[in-house]
Structure formats: structure tokens, C-alpha cells
Design a protein around this ligand. Structure first.
Ligand code: PAZ
Length: 307
């Protein structure tokens, strides 16, 4: 690890439940007698940057976690076991077709004051429960929540180190929107910042580029997909390709903020492949063809690694 990365981890607040997470991860990986199961770590949602140690205020970003939740469903369908590293409170797999306040909207009282599912939501609720129960029973989904940039990177490191034994069968699908700047723990005030002190003057430092360490040191055999988001379409593909080369990603998925649910471009070493939602199908999403494409590329990678 370079010195910036080391000092990030050394100064980060200790991860709560580190031992429990470590045990869950070990069991999840061992839950495979053939050791040939494909495992993908899907990261989802945005990391926060706390401004106070006893955090009242924080910097956040827009990510809803839809991409990660939808992709998780398609990876499970394709036979993968999924470690879903997600931001607390963001979109969850198998709940996408339910309303935000599903608990209140989907249910109603019967005449006998029991609870029943409203007719309009009946099929969506049944499907969500059926699909979710199936993955729980098969033990193919491990959900690990994070809130801050500190939690996210510490858990990601644990996942990488634990899945190393899977070699090329492990995939990282890094859809989370990760903060570029943060306040180091030791330079953060302990208590709530007081507005009476006048304008806020605060220095944010750059988050060390963990993709390099993740790819080269923590999980050197795994298959890596990262994401590049821009709001200016003119620089998107160039930036995606730069990231691919710099971090030696197997592919970078380029997307633009406003059209991210309609189309993405998968940038590899010799191609730029546009992937669209099937607009002729109501309720279709871009994640379905995207995961199909990436699963195919991962198969080739595994085959090539074994020869
Ligand atoms: O979470 P969401 O579905 O609202 O958005 C997905 C996304 C745009 C966060 C993801 O596709 C992505 O680009 N993640 C990486 C963002 C970045 O460049 O840091």
C-alpha cells in the first residue's frame, strides 16, 4: 500500500462489527463446495463524508442505488453469488417495483381488521417476496451496509481479501458513487460545528485512489468493472478510457447523469459498446443487457485465466 492509503486506513475510525462482517464473509465464500462458484461484489449507492466526529452534518451525493440493486438481481439470475455492499437506506434488490413507502401503500385492513395486500400491488408484492425468499434459501446474497467513506473502503478491503481465494471467479462491479474528497478523522472536530463562529472554512483532502490498490494488491486475479459518471457527454468516453488504463480495469461502464437509466457505454481495451434499455418493453432496464454482456466477458476471462 502507498503511504496515503496506509494513513487513510490507520486514521479511519475502527469499523463497528468488523468481526461479525469478517465471519459473514468467510461463511459466504466457504458456502461453495466446488470452489468454482462465481462471486460478484456489487457496490451500490453513495458514500458520505462526515464533517464532525459525532456526526450531525455530512457531504453526500445523488446515487439512489437503483443500478446496484437491479444489477444484483440479474447477477443472481445468471448464477452468481452476490455480495451487495450498499449504502444504508438506498434501493434494495427485489423491491424495485414496489412504491417507496411500500409498507403503507401496499397493505390495507380487511373488514375483520386483519391486514391484506391491496389488489393493485398483489402481483408485485408476491413476486418480491417469492424472489427474495429464493435467494435467501439458496444463500446467494450477502448484504453489507455502509454509510461513510471510511466504512465503505474498510469493508471493500475485507471483501477483496476474502474473495482472493476465488481467483478469476471473483468479479468486482463498482457502481457506488464514492467520494473523491474527505475530512481526515484526526483533523475533524469532535462536536457539532457552531454557526455562531461565522462562515465555515474547511479543508477536504483527496481520498487515496483505492482502485489501484484493490486491483493490483488486494484482488489481483479478479475481474474488474468500474463506472465513470460525468455530466458533460463530451468528456465522458475519454475519461472512462483514461480510468480503464490507469487502474487496469477489464471494462469501464461510462454513463451520463441524465441518461444513465437509458444507456451506458462499456469501454474495453479495443471496443466502445453502447448498451440500451429495450424501449419497446415496458419496465425494461439497461442493467439487463449490461449484465448479460459482462457475464459473457467474465466467462471468457475465466477461460483465458485457466489456459
Ligand atoms: O445509483 P444510481 O442508480 O442512482 O446511479 C448509478 C451511478 C450513476 C451512481 C453509477 O452508474 C455510477 O456511475 N457510479 C460511479 C460514479 C462515479 O463516477 O463515481
Amino acid at each position: 500500500m502507498d503511504s496515503e492509503t496506509e494513513s487513510f486506513f490507520e486514521s479511519a475510525p475502527p469499523l463497528k462489527e468488523r468481526d461479525i462482517i469478517s465471519e459473514k464473509l468467510k461463511q459466504f465464500i466457504q458456502n461453495d463446495d466446488t470452489n468454482r462458484r462465481r462471486v460478484v461484489c456489487v457496490t451500490s449507492g453513495g458514500t458520505t463524508v462526515p464533517l464532525e466526529q459525532r456526526c450531525v452534518r455530512y457531504i453526500d451525493n445523488f446515487s439512489s442505488g437503483y443500478r446496484g440493486a437491479a444489477s444484483t438481481e440479474y447477477f443472481v439470475k445468471a448464477g452468481y453469488a452476490v455480495i451487495f455492499l450498499y449504502r444504508r437506506g438506498t434501493c434494495q434488490p427485489y423491491c424495485r417495483s414496489l412504491p417507496d413507502n411500500a409498507f403503507l401503500e401496499c397493505f390495507e385492513f380487511t373488514h375483520e381488521s386483519n391486514i391484506q395486500v391491496r389488489e393493485t400491488y398483489s402481483e408485485a408484492v408476491k413476486k418480491a417476496i417469492r424472489d427474495h425468499h429464493a435467494v435467501v434459501e439458496r444463500g446467494v446474497l450477502l448484504k453489507l451496509p455502509f454509510t461513510t467513506i471510511f466504512e465503505y473502503l474498510q469493508i471493500l478491503q475485507m471483501i477483496a481479501v476474502t474473495t482472493r481465494s476465488l481467483g478469476p471467479h471473483a468479479m468486482f462491479y463498482l457502481a457506488a458513487a464514492v467520494s473523491d474528497f474527505y475530512v481526515p478523522w484526526e483533523s475533524m472536530v469532535e462536536h457539532k460545528i457552531q454557526s455562531a463562529s461565522g462562515p465555515l472554512d474547511m479543508r477536504l483532502v483527496q481520498v487515496p485512489k483505492m482502485l489501484s490498490v484493490l486491483r493490483k494488491k488486494w484482488a489481483p486475479m479478479a475481474f474488474f468493472i468500474s463506472f465513470k459518471l460525468e455530466t458533460d457527454i463530451k468528456i465522458l468516453l475519454e475519461k472512462a478510457d483514461m480510468a480503464r488504463k490507469k487502474y487496469e480495469m477489464h471494462a469501464v461502464v461510462a454513463n451520463e447523469l441524465l441518461t444513465r437509466k437509458e444507456e451506458v457505454v462499456v469501454v474495453t481495451d479495443n471496443e466502445k459498446i453502447p448498451v440500451h434499455r429495450d424501449r419497446s418493453q415496458a419496465g425494461s432496464d439497461v442493467e439487463s443487457p449490461l449484465i448479460e454482456l459482462l457475464v459473457g466477458r467474465h466467462s471468457v476471462y475465466i477461460k483465458d485465466s485457466n489456459t
